[in-house]
Design a protein around this ligand. Structure first.
Ligand SMILES: NC(=O)c1ccc[n+]([C@@H]2O[C@H](COP(=O)([O-])OP(=O)(O)OC[C@H]3O[C@@H](n4cnc5c(N)ncnc54)[C@H](OP(=O)(O)O)[C@@H]3O)[C@@H](O)[C@H]2O)c1
Length: 281
């Protein structure tokens, strides 16, 4: 990263950034890049230990870091975040948390658990953007990044609700981008394909499926911040040829081809066959 880029990020997105899902994987890599640029951080996640570890690494780079250990799928989380940031000027909101938490087939699943997928991916980010976006618009600078998924382009078994919320945030981001572009507030839906995050590694996904493209979290974070001024949507380059993106004319054929790939991907991941498995994108 050049010092010119660092100072451009600090000027446009500083002095504080909030990263929802900022302890591990892509979220932690965003935090480290922003810390190197001199931007202070509010990091949010459920597990306190990885949160502390990432916050400490950011502090070692010379910035302030606040840790908020809470569950973003619960409505109380939004109030806690607002309360913990009232004294801060937040110039960047990155909403990274959002892997699938209920991978049941729809009719066999639990509606309350599906609702938590919706709250984590829709209700909470909308509340946070509503809160942090207004001052950004007044200041005429800032950024909002939502981390999306290729699953939001094509329906797939056991990802009915997850795919739906990821499609929602992409369309939502496009509209928000139009609304804020004259105010120089950057809006981007960053679309990920399969990425080697700790969450996916814990599930034991079969990353070795022939032909499968797998991204590295550090590369994804770097590409995302580079593309943030160029919204509204960016698909990580490694996955730009994914059939889901080009499935215009025969949806049935496209959905079934994607379904066959997912079955291969899941074959060696027993945890992902349960009802509370993360996404396969
Ligand atoms: N990895 C992939 O292959 C892939 C593919 C396509 C799209 N994506 C998208 O990329 C994003 C990141 O995915 P990921 O694989 O890193 O998994 P993830 O489970 O979304 O975890 C990412 C971060 O969010 C935090 N988090 C997750 N759920 C949370 C909750 N309910 N409340 C507070 N914090 C929460 C995690 O820490 P804690 O667990 O400690 O809370 C972690 O810091 C998601 O939006 C996902 O949909 C990922």
């Amino acid at each position: 990263m050049s010092s010119g880029e660092e100072s451009a990020w600090a000027q446009h997105y500083g002095p504080w950034a909030v990263i929802a899902g900022g302890s591990e994987g892509v979220g932690a890599e965003f935090a480290l890049l922003l810390a190197r640029a001199g931007i202070n951080l509010v990091l949010i996640a459920r597990k306190p230990e990885p949160l502390r570890a990432t916050a400490d690494r950011c502090r070692e780079l010379g910035v302030q870091a606040r840790e908020l250990a809470l569950d973003l799928s619960r409505s109380a989380g939004v109030e806690q975040i607002i309360e913990a940031t009232t004294d801060l000027e937040v110039g960047l909101l990155i909403y990274n948390a959002g892997a699938n938490t209920h991978s049941a087939e729809f009719l066999d699943g639990d509606l309350a658990a599906f609702q938590r997928v919706i709250d984590l991916n829709v209700t909470t980010p909308l509340a946070l953007i509503h809160h942090f976006g207004s001052p950004m618009r007044e200041r005429r600078r800032g950024g909002v990044m939502l981390v999306g998924s290729l699953t939001g382009y094509l329906g797939s078994a056991r990802h009915t609700v997850y795919g739906g919320v990821k499609a929602f945030t992409r369309i939502y981001a496009e509209g928000l981008w139009v609304e804020l572009r004259d105010y120089d507030v950057h809006v981007l839906e960053l679309v990920l394909g399969v990425t080697r995050t700790p969450a996916m590694q814990r599930v034991g996904l079969n990353f070795e499926v022939p032909g499968l493209q797998v991204s590295d979290p550090a590369d994804v974070a770097r590409e995302g911040l580079d593309r943030l001024p160029h919204g509204p949507v960016h698909v990580i380059a490694t996955h730009a040829d994914n059939p889901a993106l080009h499935a215009g004319h025969d949806r049935a054929e496209a959905v079934l081809a994607s379904h066959r790939m997912m079955q291969k991907l899941l074959r060696d991941a027993p945890a992902a066959r349960g009802t509370d498995a993360p996404p396969v994108d």
